[in-house]
Design a protein around this ligand. Structure first.
Ligand SMILES: Nc1ncnc2c1ncn2[C@@H]1O[C@H](COP(=O)(O)OP(=O)(O)OP(=O)(O)O)[C@@H](O)[C@H]1O
Ligand SMILES: [Mg+2]
Length: 274
């Protein structure tokens, strides 16, 4: 079998505390190929920390240890800060929950989509514009020319998230990490964006690590599911096998689906045993 895009072995992330270091991610191992892998689990289980470790974007104070973290044949634990910068954007892209925080309100969309090309590729301004417009159209934005010259405030939430995805994909990263990419959107838009991410993953031959609370929802778009609990991977399986999930925790996540009524509130934390 071909080498996966991303291989993580025995990842541990801890923070210092008065009583000594506290692990928030512990002994986590998984890989991602050119496929959609969902990382799900209750609030605080360590999903975002895992995703941020892969991007080299852990918060200050975090201590990271891993036997191996390899992306596309490159060992990540040995990267210098400038090598991390090159990797982000060109190799690995990140989409976050809310375009409000990811798009700069002071710059037009076109400029923000082109930014990744400015940093990483020596191409002419006309070519940059063409590639940006092509990507804005690929993410399903009507009238890409108009979006190109709009400011973020002129776009709806769903359009903003599409523009954000375009900005991440224009430099053709091999791996995209999407951390709750749709939880700021209403239900119908969520499914549209997840469908888009799934089809772009196939079309561009990428890998997608899709982080979410909502096991039922993301399993429809993922090939495989990693279920995280208290910093560890509790269970890993093909989406098609979820109906036969062995762990009570996975079954509880499956049943506890967030709805419009619970949006913005904390999900219940599973109290049962392992
Ligand atoms: N800067 C920090 N210092 C200490 N602990 C932190 C820090 N940031 C996060 N944590 C802890 O790390 C744990 C994992 O957090 P993480 O953000 O990965 O959870 P998550 O699974 O993404 O949750 P959510 O679904 O709510 O986004 C949590 O217990 C959190 O309190
Ligand atoms: Mg999170």
């Amino acid at each position: 079998m071909a080498e996966p895009l991303l291989t993580i072995e025995n990842l541990r992330i801890s923070f210092p505390s008065e009583g000594g270091p506290v692990s928030v991610v512990d002994d986590v191992s998984f890989d991602v190929g050119r496929e959609v892998v969902a990382l799900v689990g209750e609030s605080g289980s360590g999903k975002s920390m895992t995703g941020r470790a892969v991007m080299g974007l852990l918060p200050r104070g975090a201590r990271i240890e891993a036997l191996r973290m390899a992306f596309d044949g490159q060992e990540l634990t040995a990267l210098s800060p400038s090598a991390w910068n090159r990797l982000r954007g060109r190799g690995i892209g990140l989409v976050l929950q809310d375009p409000k925080y990811s798009l700069n309100p002071a710059h037009k969309i076109g400029r923000q989509v082109e930014e990744a090309l400015l940093l990483h590729e020596k191409i002419s301004a006309a070519e940059r514009r063409e590639q940006a417009l092509e990507m804005l159209s690929k993410v399903g934005l009507p009238d890409p020319e108009r979006v190109y010259s709009s400011y973020p405030a002129a776009l709806s939430g769903g359009m903003g998230q599409r523009a954000m995805i375009a900005a991440m994909l224009v430099s053709r990263p091999k791996l995209l990490i999407a951390d709750e990419p749709t939880s700021a959107l209403d239900r119908g838009l969520q499914d549209q964006i997840l469908t888009l991410l799934r089809s772009l993953t196939e079309e561009l031959g990428m890998g997608l690590l899709l982080i979410s609370h909502d096991l039922q929802q993301v399993s429809r778009y993922a090939d495989r599911v990693l279920v995280m609990r208290q910093g560890r991977i509790e269970e890993e399986m093909a989406s098609a096998d979820l109906a036969n999930a062995g762990s009570a925790y996975t079954r509880a996540l499956w049943a506890a689906r967030p709805s419009a009524a619970t949006y913005g509130t904390r999900l219940p934390v599973y109290e049962g045993g392992r």
